[in-house]
Design a binder for this molecule. Structure first.
Ligand SMILES: *[C@@H]1O[C@H](CO)[C@@H](O)[C@H](O)[C@H]1NC(C)=O
Ligand SMILES: *[C@@H]1O[C@H](CO)[C@@H](O)[C@H](O)[C@H]1NC(C)=O
Ligand SMILES: *[C@@H]1O[C@H](CO)[C@@H](O)[C@H](O)[C@H]1NC(C)=O
Ligand SMILES: *[C@@H]1O[C@H](CO)[C@@H](O)[C@H](O)[C@H]1NC(C)=O
Ligand SMILES: *[C@@H]1O[C@H](CO)[C@@H](O)[C@H](O)[C@H]1NC(C)=O
Length: 430
């Protein structure tokens, strides 16, 4: 690891020099990827294509088997980009997403007790994504310490980034998200990852602060962009937190990028909370212009039409990028009701002039099981999902029919392969 750290430090210094010489990278221009840096996609895209039924799409994808594969901002590394197999929000997941060609890498931004900003998907997920319960001195600080399972109740705990300091957070080991509901000890509680993921890399994933994430992404070979998501605090962490307001938190996230000399063209700040988006639009217009409004307000079928109908008003209020999960964008249609087609949501968003980024590919496991397992991401098309080769048919509806601006994935190779095959370069490079 020492050599890697030295290399990263050197690269960061070089990038800092370049940034000083060319303070704003013109939109659409990329740092060249070094000649000796190769994008590596592994066997999974080939497995998926092999499982497709014959079609022009399958032939086209087969024709791209030998690349060349380049970094593409159309491929966003979700929680890093190696999240299917590698602990999320870590150096290792980010490096995996980068190696698989993701041109935008995600950090979910949470805050610590001393108001440090760190990468963690939920402010209160430390008990399922880290080894905190195995650290007695830190476990004692959890909002709710470990409670063993008994005859009537599951094992539980609730540990939040806001329970500990940034230094304490940085001492944790990351693991795959999961827990064992029948555990009677903290050791047993560590396991329980979904069957299609793996604990192979639960070997102390390296956690990141927002600062260390920015330095890492900026030092990676090739031109890479950032998508930080400001997490909405759960009920267990009422805002303001010891006087720290949601507004200050949303400013602090952008100010961290400014302090690192990152230009706004390279950053896609996300939030589910409308007030965060409007604060950025008002106070940081260049950053707000590419803020990503995450939408889950149509989850209740009774509210879906309302979520569709408000899209034009969102655009009129200054939002440029809407980001729903893929199930909002897809519907079953065609002459025989057996084809994936754009949904009313997708059509309305496009007609309103909104750009669309969606999430998250490769979070669902085998498509053979989506109906039986009540999978969320394929829920709107579950009756016609039967085998893994259909993933690229779904991605093609999102990519070429709906015209997505970019796509989040838990395994970046799958999306990078598709984007390269169709020449999708992603935001800033269209
Ligand atoms: C795709 O995989 C399924 C099993 O999940 C199999 O039944 C089917 O025959 C495969 N299709 C092709 C074209 O390989
Ligand atoms: C089981 O644990 C819950 C809390 O997790 C507790 O409220 C309950 O009393 C326990 N039941 C027994 C039989 O110990
Ligand atoms: C879950 O916990 C129970 C009780 O401690 C244990 O018997 C079981 O082996 C655990 N399962 C896993 C997958 O660790
Ligand atoms: C649906 O909309 C109603 C009315 O706005 C709201 O009270 C309710 O919380 C929404 N349900 C969900 C699941 O968002
Ligand atoms: C397709 O499904 C829709 C909605 O369930 C229904 O209204 C329509 O009649 C169906 N069309 C065909 C050709 O089956």
């Amino acid at each position: 690891m020492r050599a890697t750290v030295g290399y990263l430090a050197l690269s960061a210094a070089l990038v800092a020099d370049l940034t000083a010489a060319f303070p704003v990278m013109p939109r659409g221009e990329q740092h060249p990827t070094p000649d000796d840096y190769y994008i590596s996609l592994g066997p999974r895209p080939y497995y998926l294509i092999e499982n497709m039924t014959e079609s022009p799409l399958k032939s086209k994808l087969e024709s791209c088997e030998n690349g060349p594969f380049e970094i593409t901002a159309w491929s966003i590394g979700h929680r890093g980009g190696g999240t299917l197999m590698i602990p999320e929000e870590t150096v290792q997941s980010t490096m995996a997403g980068a190696r698989m060609g993701a041109g935008i890498l995600e950090c979910d931004v949470s805050f610590t007790q001393d108001l440090g900003l760190v990468c963690r998907h939920d402010i209160c997920d430390l008990h399922t994504t880290t080894d905190i319960l195995l650290r007695p001195e830190l476990a004692a600080k959890c909002t709710q310490p470990f409670t063993p399972a008994n005859e009537t109740a599951d094992a539980s705990a609730l540990c939040c980034t806001s329970d500990i300091t940034k230094d304490e957070f940085m001492s944790l080991c990351s693991k795959m998200d999961g827990f064992n509901a029948t555990a009677t000890t903290p050791e047993d509680f560590q396991h329980g990852v979904p069957f299609f993921r793996t604990e192979l890399y639960d070997t102390c994933g390296q956690v990141m602060s927002l600062d260390s994430y920015i330095d890492l992404v900026d030092s990676l070979p090739g031109y890479r962009n950032f998508t930080p998501e400001l997490k909405t605090p759960p009920k267990a962490v009422p805002m303001p937190f010891n006087g720290y307001t949601q507004a200050q938190y949303s400013r602090d996230m952008i100010d961290t990028f400014i302090a690192h000399g990152i230009s706004p063209e390279r950053v896609f700040p996300q939030s589910f909370t409308p007030a965060d988006i409007y604060l950025w639009l008002n106070e940081y217009p260049a950053w707000g212009a590419q803020a990503v409004f995450l939408d889950e307000d149509g989850d209740d079928p009774a509210n879906f039409t309302t979520a569709v109908n408000r899209l034009p008003a969102l655009k009129a209020s200054g939002v440029n990028i809407i980001s729903p999960p893929i199930n909002y964008l897809l519907a079953v249609g065609g002459p025989n009701n057996d084809t994936v087609v754009p949904s009313d949501y997708a059509i309305t968003a496009k007609n309103a002039g909104l750009e669309i980024i969606s999430w998250s590919f490769e979070r669902s496991g085998p498509l053979t099981r989506v109906a039986a397992d009540d999978d969320y991401y394929y829920s709107s098309i579950a009756p016609i999902m039967h085998y893994d080769g259909q993933m690229y048919e779904v991605l093609d509806v999102l990519g070429r029919e709906i015209g997505l601006k970019a796509m989040f994935s838990d395994w970046s190779a799958t999306v990078t392969y598709y984007a390269n095959c169709f020449g999708f370069k992603g935001p800033g490079n269209e």
